[in-house]
Design a protein around this ligand. Sequence first.
Ligand code: GTP
Length: 597
Amino acid sequence: TDLAHIRNFSIVAHIDHGKSTLADRLIQMTGTVADRDMKEQLLDAMDIERERGITIKANTVRLEYKAQDGEHYVLNLIDTPGHVDFAYEVSRSMQAVEGSLLVVDASQGVEAQTLANVYQAIDADHEIVPVLNKIDLPAAEPERVKAQIEDVIGIDASDAVEISAKTGIGIDRVLEAIVTRLPAPKGDRNAPLKAMLVDSYYDSYLGVVVLVRIIDGVMKKGDRIRMMKTGGLYQIDRLGVFRPAMQDIAELGPGEIGFLTASIKLVRDTRVGDTITTEKKGCEKALPGFKPSVPVVFCGLFPVDANDFEDLRDAIEKLQLNDASFTAEMETSAALGFGFRCGFLGLLHLEVIRDRLEREYDIDLITTAPSVIYNIYMTDGSMKELHNPADMPDPVKIDHIEEPRIKATILVPDEYLGDVLKLCQDRRGVQLDLTYAGQRAMVVYDLPLNEVVFDFYDRLKSVTKGYASFDYQMIGYQEDALQKMQILVNDEPVDALSVMVHRTRAEARGRAMCEKLKELIPQHMFKIPIQAAVGGRIIARETISALRKDVTAKCYGGDVTRKKKLLEKQKAGKKRMRQFGKVEIPQEAFISALKMD
Ligand code: GTP
């Protein structure tokens, strides 16, 4: 296809504003999938997506469209993940296209993720077409939302396309806007091959499938290629496009987007943002901006049943096949035995992986407190990265500690603003900005990541009844008064419950954790002290009193089925318990103890 007849675009939106529904409509209206196959096809795609989980970073589909000018166009849609954890992947996919549809729910207006994603599009120099979705809803206020887009984002919204992705109203106008308002790609067919590695995933039949955008030159099946950053050499086995099913193609020219396979074994060997060229007579300069995504949140994953360790190892290896940003190293803990210290891009990423291990691989896990990476500066001038509070060096050898901070943007209806400010303040936040977008406040805070990784989203949702939206980016490291707090159960330190806390918050945090654990750990036949300690000093203490009677005694021996049920319940509960010295601690305690209310 010649460049003038190609349009490459992405759709940016806040979650639930209708990105997937619009994409489905575009596929349907361009006849890419015959109507009768529509449901089945899309379900298939969804299954694959579910199977690949959250790691699927960019879906792409090639649409063929005959425009009102009578010409045939190829429209390539790259779908980007909406969540902050994948900001780097989003920015890469954005580099691969020239324009974006900015979808905003006309009944909701601009949200935090709308902003984060649209700024990425603006950074990538995109032409942006605002699309107001859900105009079929009685609560839709397109005029107000247009004004909001202009005020808050600062782009012209007077030509916004008003649509209902659900009923199909306005989809034809979206297609025309893509052709007439977005620029065609540029590129030189006669130059050496230069292609961007946009994404990759592991397929059990095909091996690693690589999504590419051709910048210059032509890519052909059978070509011998070189990845410029990793130095990897391969021969292209298969070249094709997604429509959305895979369709083989003989070559891809400048401006085109497609996939290749080349007997690549590991997703790790393909780096998002790398430049692909031919092995011989390749291009000289690689594309700018290449940065591997690095994990920022760490936690320990231990099998509840030590016999599951090998299964856990296998499961982690399988998940890693498709997710180069999920790291795992073997770890032993005095209390929890053998497990893994795992790294994630963010909290959502952590939750998704943990859920998949538990559900798909059926392994009961103990998750230790999520931690960020601290930079520990030693008195001898060296610096250590601390991924696990349990590994904290001797405090007398530490000069100072730095922690990562984020810039958080929160949009919230006015009536909840006070609660949000209080929450941020409680989490050691520093307010950077407070402005209004219509009825809603937009607050920007500088916050320590360690105060956010745990239950910030949950708390934010609950104090705002779900009306706040949140997004963040890392801004760097800063020194602060941080200490390691240990929890002792029956006088034994439980390393999986160690956390880093700020000096001013240690006592309150210690007290809260002891109180929580008192509720969470069942009574035993003896008294159990629970203590929080900082540097050998006890700062909080609770005691679980000893159990006297048999639990079944309260059934008066009469109701046999009830008694049985109770025993069964106890047995099921046991499976999810873990022995620490003489004390059994339920699995949920490791997470619940850290939640602050
Ligand atoms: P994620 O995939 O979760 O990021 O969300 P999304 O932005 O892709 O939104 P999705 O397309 O899944 O739509 C979210 C919800 O809004 C679904 O329940 C849709 O049925 C609904 N929806 C989408 N478009 C419209 C519309 O034009 N009108 C109405 N009334 N509902 C819509």
